[in-house]
Ligand binder design. Sequence first.
Ligand code: KOT
Length: 819
Amino acid sequence: MSKNGQTQQFDKAAFQAAVEKHLTTTYAATVENATPRNWYMAMGKALAEISTGNLLATEQQLASEKARSVNYLSLEFLIGRLTGNNLISMGLYEDVAAAMEELGQNLTDLLEEERDPALGNGGLGRLAACFMDSLAAQEYPAVGYGLHYEYGLFRQSFVDGRQVEAPDAWRGIEGYPWEVVRPELTQHVSLYGHVEAYVDDAGNNCRRWVPGMTVEGIAWDLPIVGYGNNSVYPLRLWECRSSAPFNLSRFNDGDYVGAQYPALEAGNVTKVLYPNDNHDQGKALRLMQQYFHCACSVADILRRHLAAGNKIEDLAALETIQLNDTHPTIAIPELMRVLIDDFKMSWDQAWEICSHTFAYTNHTLLPEALETWSEALIQQMLPRHMEIIFEINHRFMLQVEKTWPGNNEVKRKLSIIQEGPQRMVRMANLCVVSTYAVNGVAALHSELVKRDLFPEFNELFPGRLTNVTNGVTPRRWIKYCNPGLSALISEKVGDDWPAHLEKIAGLEKFADDEAFQQRYMAVKKENKQRLADWINENMGIELDTNAIFDIQIKRLHEYKRQHLNLLHILSLYHRLLNDPTFDMHPRVFIFGAKAAPGYALAKDIIFAINKVAEKVNNDERLGGKLKVVFIPDYRVSLAEILFPAADVSEQISTAGKEASGTGNMKFAMNGALTIGTMDGANVEMREEVGDDNIFIFGLLVDEVQKLKNEGYDPYRYYHADSLLRAALELLNTDEFTPGHPGQLAAIRQNLLDGGDPYLVLADFADYVKTHEEIDAQYRDQKTWARKAILNTALMSKFSSDRSIRDYANNIWKLEPVKR
Ligand code: KOT
């Protein structure tokens, strides 16, 4: 790697010529009349030509070396904008900025033209994107398999404070410049129909699926560019189209509109990303998406394997398939079906391969997020798969019988088929039975997976259940999004830290250096100003960057407890107005969150925060001490401005509910101090930074359990705590909704009479007290700077490079292949 991390010669003149050629021939614009969007598209195309070349070369090298690779199957890849990030990975950022400047274009402005590809809901999808980045950066051979949704996660706006959803046509009219369609990789996917028995030529009794219809899977590749190397891996996204665009007989009958009907239906399969995070809706079209994704991906894995000259028997030796949660579980019976029905393997041969090929990551313990599918639905859509699932379960039940003879209760609990009025298939059980490794995503979470979710499985399959703590890519989440901090880090520890995050530990010795503290805090101030400018320009709210920027950005969910944050804000409002002795450092509370469109209480919480913001931001009596901002349409590109600008990071889920969290890591890397519960990865972050450099509060997992077992009574806290009472009562007035009392009462109702399922009231007092500590400590800027620096310095464990090395060494048994 040469200067600037550049991996190959950059020919400026040739690049400029390529941009201008695309401007005219691809986008029909001239240098004189081109819009910024034309320029961005043409530049993107010219860059994609370079990465596509490297993608093909990497593909060929890996095939010829017969390298073992991982296939990362995920219904979500929340990649965010690619252009800026790929420029950094290619080491071309400065060169391209200069080349575009000569063409009269400002690179920073052009990068703003890119829409976010929002092909994920939140943490799970963003993790998949960070993992692809880390696989490529470390050259672990990999293919990401996902869906080419026509519409990504909905766009959010607020109308009178309420969330309104709009479709997200992320590819625009022109298409996305980084994607390349691969027609030669098209797959055909069957659906519906029935299974029939037949006797083959050798006299064997066989079964085969006679499908009711087929659809086509079109492959679109996005380049995952390795940082500072020339490896480029594909993120392969499948688009569903109708196999036959017209039903020809009906077309010839003159029924032109009716003839196009099947085409419209097939297009529906990958039309839109389901907008639920941590929630299973159980819709038939979602099952079809899942199967379509799995059938295309499994077929493509086999195609690659065989095309490289490998034997089908060697599949497990050369390929591993990681299932990102249970969403792609149907890949397991699909591979069994192909091996048995198409490759004519015996059950035992096929099972030997499958059970050594798949591994599964569990991302949640929330019961409402654990997927089950109705047996009747699978039977109808995928009849052969249902047979295979029954057979897997039958053999598994025999094994359970051996370990726990005559114990029907344990059988009922472990069975892949859940009995009841409507029999359901438990996808997590199918995964644990059929994979060689199951991991949770943070140490605490993985312990709870073993202890609470799958204790008997852990007994039955010792060693199968394990942990890989999540991580985030330091390329996007420090280097790209925080250039000021990056320059400062490079000056102190050298410039190879983005690929070797252990190096940032070198900052630790500057934590007490006053000159360094001042520069570090100056960078923070600039980042706060950048965010304040964005908020002023887009929302018309003016902020003082001397205030504490206290940020909670993540999906809106009761267990994440944005309403605990809200109650704290209400308590400050109450004290500022009613307690003349109360003083506080000015504070800006910033939120960003989308609520699932069908999640009423989550939407009520958004509405309440917006209404409180409206009042508070214009209330002269508060003397500018309290501001509340709810940023609309929170997405990756806004996260890139928000994380670097935070002083305080809110990670306040009920203990045991947030499997890991990954925003917590991004905040800390960028020097925000965490206020958080002993939940998910917060626990390991505390281990790394030390108790003095993080603000931990609230009940522990076992205390939550104990309180619930004893019969939790939210009214106990309500009666005992006058501040809490004052905050809750504000929700019953028309203080924030003038003339409309009760518009915010649903939240209060849920917390008091609804039983407060996430123990908001139980944790309130400790939360308030911990915020008072934050207030006091922020006033001592030197001490604060020291803590912030230590947070950056001590976060190296949470690089997704480390996560991927853990997967590679402990689960996948994968070696890097250098280009
Ligand atoms: C579940 C169902 C549908 C869509 C998303 C989920 C989901 C998301 N389950 N867990 N997650 C989050 O995954 C992140 C990455 O591991 C975790 O950091 C986070 O705690 C999970 O809530």
